[in-house]
Write a protein that binds this ligand. Structure first.
Ligand code: 5GP
Length: 116
């Protein structure tokens, strides 16, 4: 059984977060350290530590993360100009919180994707 992170507490509303969306499969909330004018994290309610742990039975929740990203981009009024979705995996990918999360970043030109 994977160890819970702070994100499980956010899902259960045991600690405060600026939650923008929640349903039976996913939760979305503003990143505490925004790296862009809009910086939202979209996570499955089920604890999946990394992309390496994804199973076929998770496909509905993972797909929902994309449709929620689309809706929130519209809500944030960044859809037309564009935005970036990022999912980091493990240490080389820069993952710090071991509960899968999709970063939705936008509100300014983000430049080329960093490769180093
Ligand atoms: P990672 O580097 O794992 O892809 O990104 C983790 C993200 O979670 C970071 O952008 C970090 O700012 C955010 N984060 C970490 N702890 C909290 C928290 O307690 N609340 C919120 N809203 N975001 C958090």
């Amino acid at each position: 059984m994977a160890e819970e992170t702070i994100f499980s507490k956010i899902i259960r509303k045991e600690i405060p977060a600026d939650i923008l969306y929640q349903d039976d499969l996913v939760t979305a909330f503003r990143d505490i350290t925004p790296r862009a004018p809009s910086h939202i994290l979209i996570i499955p309610n089920k604890l999946i530590p990394t992309i390496n742990d994804v199973e076929e039975s998770d496909e509905l929740a993972l797909g929902r993360m994309f449709t929620v990203a689309k809706k929130l981009a519209e809500q944030e009024k960044i859809a037309e100009d564009g935005y970036r979705l990022i999912v980091n995996c493990n240490s080389h990918g820069g993952q710090e919180v071991y509960h899968i999360h999709m970063h939705l970043l936008g509100g300014k030109p983000l430049g080329p994707l960093l490769m180093d």
